[in-house]
Write a new protein. Structure first.
Ligand SMILES: Nc1nc2c(ncn2[C@@H]2O[C@H](COP(=O)(O)OP(=O)(O)OP(=O)(O)O)[C@@H](O)[C@H]2O)c(=O)[nH]1
Ligand SMILES: [Mg+2]
Length: 259
C-alpha cells in the first residue's frame, strides 16, 4: 500500500524502544568546521547511533577529522574515504552498503552542515514504526525553511513543484536529504539501476520507492541554511536534476502508453 502522510512525529519512539540500530550516513565535502561539531552531537543522542562519514578526499581535512573520531569511538564512527569528489548520490550508496554490512536496521541520511538538525532524528525514527521511508519535510504543516534566502527558497520550491508534477510524486518535499530508510526496503530496491550520481539521486530514489508501493511518511522539520562552509550545489547539478526528472518522466509516459 502506498501512503504519504504528514502527521507530526510520535513521542513513543517504538524503534528506539525496540532497540533497533540506526546508522547515520553523512556525506561530506569540505565540511571540517561542521563535522567536528556534528559527530559529537549525534553520538550524544539517546538513540545509540552509528555514524558513517562518507568523505570525498576533502582538501580541508574533513576526512582526517572523521578518522580521529573513529579512533576515539571505534564501535560507533566509521569513515569511508573516496579518492575524489564523486557526487552525493554515490556517497549515499557507499554509506548504505556499509550500513547494511554492519547490520543496521535503518539508515538516516543528513547533510553535515546543520541544515538538518540532530535533535529532529528521534521524531523521525519514531515514525518508522509504520513506514519504510520517513522524510524530514519542510513542506508539510509544522515544517519550515527558517532562514533561507528567497532565491534558495524559490529554487527548492520550483524543483519540488516540477518533480511532483512530472513524476506524480505524492510526497511534498521530494528533494529533502534528511531521511530514514528501512534497511529491508533498501535491500529490496534495485539501487544498482540508479543513474543519478549527484543531488538528483534523492528524486530518483523517491520515485523508485513510491512506484514500488513502499510506505512513505513525512514528518515536519525546521530547515536552517548553513552558517559554516560552502554550498556544493552548482548550475551543473541543477541541470543534471532537470535531466533526471525528464528522463524518469519519459520512462513513466512510455510505460503508460505501452499499457
Ligand atoms: N561525499 C560527498 N559529499 C558531498 C558531495 N556533494 C555534496 N556533499 C555533501 O552533501 C551534503 C549536502 O550538500 P550541500 O552543499 O550542503 O547542499 P545543500 O544542503 O543542498 O545546499 P546548501 O543549502 O546550499 O548548503 C553536505 O554535507 C555536503 O558536504 C560529494 O560530491 N561527495
Ligand atoms: Mg546544505
Amino acid at each position: 500500500m502506498k501512503t504519504v502522510d504528514s502527521r507530526p512525529g510520535l513521542a513513543g519512539d517504538s524503534i528506539r524502544s525496540a532497540g533497533l540500530g540506526a546508522a547515520v550516513v553523512v556525506p561530506t565535502y569540505n565540511e571540517a568546521e561542521n563535522i567536528s561539531r556534528l559527530v559529537p552531537e549525534l553520538l550524544a543522542l539517546p538513540d545509540n547511533l552509528t555514524v558513517i562519514v562518507v568523505d570525498d578526499a576533502s582538501p580541508d581535512g574533513t576526512g582526517k577529522l572523521a578518522d580521529a573520531f573513529a579512533h576515539d569511538f571505534p564501535q560507533r564512527v566509521f569513515p569511508l574515504h573516496r579518492t575524489a569528489k564523486l557526487g552525493l548520490g554515490t556517497a549515499y550508496l557507499a554509506g548504505f552498503q556499509l550500513a547494511g554490512e554492519r547490520g543496521a536496521d535503518c539508515v538516516v541520511t543528513m547533510d553535515a552542515d546543520f541544515s538538518h538538525h540532530p535533535s529532529q532524528i528521534g521524531a523521525m525514527l519514531g515514525r518508522l514504526a509504520g513506514a519504510d521511508l520517513v522524510i524530514g519535510s519542510r513542506y508539510v504543516p509544522g515544517g519550515a525553511s527558517v532562514n533561507s534566502p528567497p532565491g534558495r527558497r524559490a529554487l527548492s520550491k520550483t524543483a519540488n513543484f516540477i518533480s511532483r508534477a512530472a513524476l506524480g510524486l505524492k510526497a511534498h518535499d521530494v528533494t529533502a536529504g534528511f531521511r530514514v530508510y528501512r534497511s529491508q526496503m533498501l535491500a529490496a530496491l534495485p539501487l544498482a539501476s540508479i543513474f543519478s550520481s549527484g543531488y538528483s539521486f534523492l528524486i530518483e530514489t523517491l520515485y523508485m520507492i513510491e512506484r514500488g508501493g513502499w510506505r512513505v511518511v513525512e514528518t515536519p522539520i525546521q530547515f536552517h541554511d548553513r552558517t559554516a562552509g560552502r554550498s556544493k550545489i552548482s548550475r551543473g547539478e541543477i541541470a543534471k536534476a532537470m535531466y533526471t526528472v525528464a528522463r524518469l518522466s519519459g520512462r513513466r509516459l512510455s510505460g503508460r502508453r505501452r499499457r
